[in-house]
Design a protein around this ligand. Structure first.
Ligand code: ATP
Ligand code: MG
Length: 556
């Protein structure tokens, strides 16, 4: 995002510039996740903006757990959220906060509002409140609006002391019952909820509503720019009202940006949690999930996610980005950085009949032709090799240039071979392919310079390691599985995971560590699984295939 200037950049520069509302002040943002699930790629957009703006303007960004709502919180998520943010390369230093630690202050401000005649206790039940909401031509009503200040003070204190049932009454801000913005029609700012809170225990049985709590949290932390997604735009007048009418120590400014949507997935913690709890996926970090821990386990790099977000830019219009663009960003990063290796997912034996029995030689191959500085490694070669089943066809289709009787191919970095036939079992299944090699083509090029159309990869049977390979496809079969009028679970792709046991990989992978990423030649980019891979039982997740299905809009 270095060169590109969004409307948020412009607003910040205006604010800190000469005559601006924060002239001479440090830009201070915050990322406020609700700890009720793991972060997903949409949250990453928000946190890249929050942390990114602070970084770009030499400012600070706080990490704040937005835990004012006691019903949906879980401490296990807090650590996971921290881990994901650190992984993306951001740092909140010692500025880690819980919104719940401001409950005392919020209560105090609420009492102040009542004393100023700007809030009142309303005894309409939630259902009655809906009935009294009014519509575009009729204002809302409340029979309790003009009750004496003393009465509201007394009731609010008794609400706090636990004298009333959930839903019996609320504290409402006294703003404008006729406002065209329904958020301003005397919104509830406190409600009764007899529920234990993970941080404050049983101290409170009344909890502040988001629209009241959030501006206060921002102001208490000295936030200058409170960046949030577009659905809060209509809440901004209320945000400003709270800041204006409570004796807060600073005046933050809210700016909204569009949420990120991606095709073929859902980005809602509730839906993702549901998929985890019903066992449709193997946990929040299932490599098919759009969660940051899922993407990490799949093999995504922080750079790929950062590039994805910065290229999508920041706008005021909600847009849905093609999942293939996320894959494009990963492929691009791994193409530059990943070590190349050879592995065979569906192995069949290749026997080179004219190669000496018992002989083994080694080829020195580059780890990454794009980066000579990554060095070379040795790959062993002998009479019997593993090749991909699909690289042989006894009766070739049209335009099939790989192995078939009489045809020549190049064994990557090794020799040119000519296929001579195959062995089959009683069911007609090919169990071994036969070929002869051309000794003078060592390194892979025929001495006479003739053109060899196809190159295939291989692994020496003498040194190959067994591996489990997981091949992934889209989690959902349609572009927009979470349209309002359908059930996203109806569109789960039954073929989103294929587990292949008995794959064969080259011996150098014995040194691979969990989370190491590789390009398996011709097959795609793979990441060693961080949970299930063990020495002697290698497991690789395919991060992304080599083929690019992404077409920029201009070319589509
Ligand atoms: P979800 O809909 O997944 O439950 P949420 O908004 O309730 O998300 P929060 O934990 O409150 O989850 O989100 C933290 C921050 O991330 C908020 O500022 C929110 O606006 C932002 N955010 C969440 N989803 C997206 C998205 N898809 N694109 C951009 N920002 C998002
Ligand atoms: Mg939220």
């Amino acid at each position: 995002m270095s060169e590109y200037k969004s409307f948020i950049h412009e607003a910040i520069e205006e604010d800190i510039g000469p005559g601006g509302r924060y002239e001479g002040k440090t830009v201070h943002t915050r990322f406020p996740p609700e700890p009720n699930g793991y972060l997903h790629i949409g949250h990453a957009k928000a946190l890249e903006i929050d942390f990114g703006m602070a970084e770009q303007y030499g400012g600070l960004c706080n990490l704040r757990m937005d835990d004012t709502n006691p019903t949906k919180e879980d401490e296990e998520y807090v650590e996971a959220i921290k881990e994901d943010i650190k992984w993306l390369g951001h740092d909140w230093d010692d500025r880690f906060y819980y919104a719940s630690s401001y409950f005392d202050k919020m209560y105090e401000y609420a009492v102040e509002l009542i004393k100023k005649g700007l809030a009142y206790v309303c005894q309409l039940t939630p259902e009655e409140m809906k009935e009294h909401r009014g519509d575009l031509t009729h204002p809302a009503t409340s029979p309790y609006r003009d009750r004496p200040i003393e009465e509201s003070l007394d009731l609010f204190e008794r609400m706090k002391n636990g004298e009333f049932e959930d839903g019996a009454m609320t504290l409402r801000a006294k703003i404008d019952l006729a406002s065209g913005n329904f958020n301003m029609r005397d919104p509830a700012i406190y409600r009764i909820n007899h529920m234990r809170h993970h941080n404050t225990g049983d101290k409170w049985c009344i909890y502040p509503m988001y629209d009241f709590a959030h501006p206060i949290e921002d102001a208490l932390e000295g936030i200058t720019h409170s960046l949030c997604s577009l659905e809060f735009e209509a809440h901004r007048p209320l945000y400003d009202w709270v800041i204006e009418n409570c004796p807060v120590p600073s005046k933050p400014r809210q700016i909204e940006f569009a949420r990120l949507g991606i095709t073929h997935t859902v980005l809602s913690k509730r839906k993702l949690r549901n998929m985890v709890e019903t066992g449709l996926v193997d946990g929040w970090d299932d490599p098919r999930m759009p969660t940051l821990c899922g993407l990490r386990r799949r093999g995504y790099t922080p750079a790929s996610i950062h590039n994805f977000h910065s290229r999508n830019g920041i706008s005021k219009v909600n847009a849905v980005v093609d999942y293939a663009f996320l894959e494009y960003c990963l492929r691009e990063d791994l193409n530059a950085t990943a070590k190349r290796v050879m592995g065979v997912v569906h192995p069949v034996k290749l026997i080179i009949d004219n190669y000496p029995e018992g002989k083994t030689e080694t080829f020195t191959v580059e780890n990454n032709p794009e980066r000579p500085e990554d060095g070379t490694r040795e790959v062993s070669f002998s009479k019997e090799l593993w090749i991909e089943e699909e690289d042989f066809m006894e009766v070739p289709e049209k335009k099939y240039f790989r192995l078939f009787p009489g045809n020549e191919v190049r064994l990557k970095s090794a020799y040119v071979i000519k296929c001579t036939g195959c062995d089959k079992d009683e069911n007609g299944k090919v169990i071994a392919v036969h070929a002869e090699y051309e000794e003078s083509s060592r390194g892979g090029n025929p001495a006479d310079g003739r053109r060899i159309k196809a190159t295939i990869h291989w692994v020496d049977t003498k040194t190959a390691l067994d591996a489990t390979v997981r091949l992934y496809d889209r989690l959902f079969t349609v572009e927009a599985p979470d349209l309002a009028d359908c059930n996203y679970l109806d569109f789960i792709n039954p073929d989103s995971l294929k587990v292949v046991e008995g794959a064969k990989v080259e011996a150098s992978l014995a040194d691979a560590k969990p989370a190491d990423r590789f390009q398996f030649l011709r097959l795609g980019y793979f990441c060693m699984d961080t949970k299930d891979s063990k020495p002697g039982k290698l497991v690789f997740n395919r991060s992304v295939s080599l083929k690019d299905s992404y077409k920029p809009a201009a070319q589509a």
